[in-house]
Ligand binder design. Structure first.
Ligand SMILES: [Zn+2]
Length: 329
C-alpha cells in the first residue's frame, strides 16, 4: 500500500492521524475499533508508514529508504505482535514482543510502532502486562490496538488510549473502488458493494473469491426459480444450498439484497435504484405478483431462518420453510 490515499472512506480517522503527524503530536496508544474487514489494518499500516517516513509531512512519501523498507515488510521499527491463533494473545507474547522489546530504542526512525491485531484476544494477564507499558511508555513508543470489540479491553487500557471508531463506508465509494482498482465489472461491483453494507474488506472478498461467486450464482438461480418450484425442485434446491451451510449468513444477506430490490421496484418503479438491474425481468415479476405485506413476510422469513439456524434448528427444514414462505408470498 502507498499510504492514506489508498484507503476508501474513514476520512475522519485519516484527518485525525494527519493532523497529529503535521503537528507532531503523536499519542502513545491508539485503539482502532471496527468489524473485521472494515479497514483497521490499512489505517494502522498507513499511520505506521507515515510515522517512519523520513519526509514527515503527514503521509508516506513512498520514495525514502524507510518507505521502501516498510513496503518490503521489513522496517525494523514497525512491529506486528504475532500469536498462536488458538490460545489467543498470552502474557508471554505481550511481554516478549512489546514490554521488553520497547525498551530497546528505535533502530532508524523517531518512533517504534507496535500493531496488535485482534487485540480482543489478549488475555486479562496480557492486557495488564501491556497496561504497564501504556502507563509509562518510552517517548518513542506508539502502540496500536486493533479490535472488533473494544468492550473486550480492560477499562484501564481504554482510558489511556485514543479510541478511533471505524464507520461504514459509502456503498458508492466501495463500488467505485472495486471497479477502478480491482477491475470488477459494474454489475458485480454494485452487488458486492450493497451486500457488504459499508465493509470494504467484505466487498472485496465477495468480488474476488471463487467460492463466493458460486454461492452468489446459486442464490440468483434460487430466487429466480423459487416461485415456479414444485416440491421436488425445492428438495433439490435445499440440497444445493446446504453446501453453503457454514456461510448461510452470507447467503441470506445476498438474498436480502435481492428482495430489497423487489421492494424498491414495487415502491418506486425506478430501475436505477435497484442493485440487480440486469435481472429486471425477474424483479419486476415478483414486484407485480407480491403485495407489500407479502414482501414484508419474506423479510420476516429470512430473519426467522437466520435465528433458527443460529439456534441449531434443522438446516434442511429451515431452508425449505423459507423457500415455501417466499413462494407463497
Ligand atoms: Zn518516505
Amino acid at each position: 500500500m502507498k499510504g492514506f490515499t489508498d484507503i476508501i472512506g474513514h476520512e475522519q480517522i485519516i484527518e485525525h492521524f494527519q493532523n497529529s503527524l503535521r503537528a507532531r503530536q503523536i499519542s502513545h496508544a491508539y485503539i482502532l475499533n471496527g468489524e473485521n474487514g472494515s479497514g483497521k489494518n490499512m489505517l494502522a499500516s498507513a499511520f505506521a508508514k507515515a510515522l517512519v517516513c523520513e519526509a514527515g509531512y503527514g503521509d508516506a512519501c513512498n520514495m525514502c529508504k524507510a518507505c521502501r523498507q516498510f513496503d518490503g515488510g521489513n522496517h525494523p521499527d514497525v512491529r506486528r505482535v504475532l500469536h498462536e491463533k488458538k490460545t489467543g494473545i498470552g502474557v508471554d507474547e505481550v511481554r516478549e514482543q512489546v514490554c521488553n522489546d520497547v525498551l530497546i530504542k528505535p533502530y532508524s526512525s523517531k518512533y517504534k510502532i507496535y500493531i496488535v491485531d485482534e487485540a480482543e484476544k489478549m488475555t486479562p494477564q496480557a492486557q495488564n502486562a501491556l497496561l504497564k507499558t501504556i502507563e509509562e511508555p518510552p517517548s518513542y513508543a506508539v502502540i496500536m490496538l486493533l479490535t472488533n470489540s473494544v468492550e473486550a479491553l480492560l477499562p484501564t487500557i481504554r482510558s489511556r488510549c485514543i479510541l478511533l471508531n471505524l464507520h461504514s463506508v459509502d456503498t458508492d465509494k466501495i463500488r467505485d473502488f472495486l471497479m477502478q482498482v480491482h477491475h470488477v465489472p459494474d454489475y458485480q461491483a454494485r452487488v458486492c458493494a450493497s451486500y457488504a453494507q459499508g465493509n470494504t474488506g467484505r466487498a472485496l472478498l465477495m468480488a474476488t473469491s471463487e467460492n463466493f461467486r458460486e454461492m452468489h450464482e446459486l442464490m440468483l438461480r434460487t430466487v429466480k426459480r423459487v416461485d415456479d418450484m414444485k416440491v421436488s425442485d425445492m428438495a433439490a434446491a435445499v440440497v444445493d444450498i446446504s453446501k453453503y451451510k457454514a456461510q448461510i449468513g452470507d447467503f441470506l444477506d445476498l438474498m436480502m439484497v435481492w428482495y430489497r430490490d423487489v421492494l424498491v421496484l414495487k415502491a418506486t418503479g425506478d430501475l436505477n435504484a435497484v442493485v440487480y438491474k440486469d435481472e429486471y425481468r425477474y424483479l419486476k415479476r415478483k414486484a407485480e405478483t407480491s403485495s407489500y405485506e407479502g414482501i414484508s413476510r419474506i423479510f420476516e422469513a429470512m430473519d426467522n431462518a437466520r435465528t433458527r439456524i443460529n439456534a441449531n434448528a434443522s438446516f434442511e427444514w429451515t431452508i425449505e420453510l423459507l423457500l415455501v414462505m417466499i413462494k407463497e408470498n
